[in-house]
Every structure is written in structure tokens, then in C-alpha cells.
Design a protein around this ligand. Structure first.
Ligand code: HEC
Length: 144
């Protein structure tokens, strides 16, 4: 009988296996480190901003689609107004800066007047949206 000797993996196969194993371990480690870093971060600031972003986007879309009644715009503006109260809470490290306060206060002022004298048509609502975008941008330019 002439039993064939057990085949041993070639050098190339071993090399590929080690490469795959290395990549896998690297991937797992990266995910773990990413998760750990994420867990250390407070999700509140970016969540607040994301919700404000969505509210403003909804307002903008409504205006672009000619849905400019009070029923369309007021809820968005009210949400944004309430959310803008929490800027200090979300950014404790920035809240003592005069510039930050000024930008926050400017945003609230825009929202106050938009709520006090509501936009009567789409042209007026477009102006409000542009003002709000400008208020967001002003703070981001200085503090983001
Ligand atoms: C008074 C300052 C200020 C105002 C006003 C402001 N922001 Fe921000 N925003 C910040 C800061 C500071 C960051 C950076 C946050 C961070 O990286 O942790 C930020 C980040 C963001 C982000 C990215 C969030 C993320 O996922 O990290 C979005 C989206 C955003 N803002 C939307 C808006 C919108 C929309 C408005 C206006 C309705 C607005 N912001 C008004 C200060 C402000």
C-alpha cells in the first residue's frame, strides 16, 4: 500500500491564513475601541443638534413644497424654540462664552418673532427659514 502523506499547507496558504486572522483581530479591536470611545461621549449635545436639524429641514421642505400654513410651520417653530432653551445644558463647556450666548440668543430671538408674528405666506416663511439657517451657521462658524 502506498498511503499518500498528509498534505501540509503550503507557505502561501499559511501566510494567507495569518493575514486573514490578523485582519479579523484588527477589525474586532477597532469596533471595540470605537464602542468604548462612543460610550464615554455624552450623546446629548449631538442629539439636540440632530433634532434641531431635522425640525429645520422639515420646515424647509414644507416651505419648498408650498405648505406654508400655520399648521405646517408653527409646530416646527415651537419645537425649535423649546429645543433652543437647552443649548446651555448641551454645551456646559461653551455656555460661559459671551459669543456662544449671543448666538443662542439670536436664534431664540428669530424664533420668538417668527412665533409672535407668524409667516402669512411661503415667501415670508422662506425668509424665516433663511434667517434660522443663518443663525445656526453663525454659531457653528465660531464654536463647532
Ligand atoms: C449657540 C450655538 C449653536 C447654535 C445656535 C446651533 N448650534 Fe448646532 N452645533 C453647535 C456646536 C457647538 C456643535 C458641535 C457639537 C459637537 O461636535 O459636539 C454643533 C453641531 C451641530 C450638528 C452636528 C451634530 C453632530 O451629530 O455632531 C448639527 C446637525 C447642528 N449643529 C445643527 C444645528 C441647527 C439646525 C441649528 C439651528 C436651528 C444649530 N445647530 C444651532 C452649536 C450651535
Amino acid at each position: 500500500m502506498n498511503a499518500s502523506p498528509p498534505r501540509r499547507p503550503s507557505a502561501a496558504q499559511r501566510y494567507l491564513f495569518m493575514l486573514g486572522l490578523g485582519l479579523l483581530i484588527g477589525l474586532v479591536a477597532t469596533v471595540m475601541v470605537g464602542r468604548a470611545l462612543q460610550a464615554r461621549q455624552d450623546p446629548f449635545p449631538s442629539s439636540l443638534m440632530q433634532v434641531m436639524e431635522r425640525q429645520l429641514a422639515q420646515l424647509h421642505t414644507a416651505q419648498q413644497h408650498n405648505r406654508c400654513s400655520l399648521a405646517d410651520s408653527q409646530p416646527r417653530l415651537q419645537s425649535l424654540r423649546l429645543l433652543s432653551n437647552d443649548l446651555d445644558l448641551a454645551f456646559p463647556g461653551l455656555k460661559d462664552s459671551a459669543g456662544f450666548q449671543q448666538h443662542g440668543s439670536q436664534l431664540r430671538a428669530t424664533l420668538n418673532s417668527a412665533l409672535a408674528s407668524p409667516a402669512v405666506d411661503c415667501a415670508a416663511l422662506a425668509t424665516v427659514v433663511a434667517q434660522l439657517q443663518q443663525d445656526c451657521r453663525a454659531c457653528h462658524q465660531d464654536f463647532r
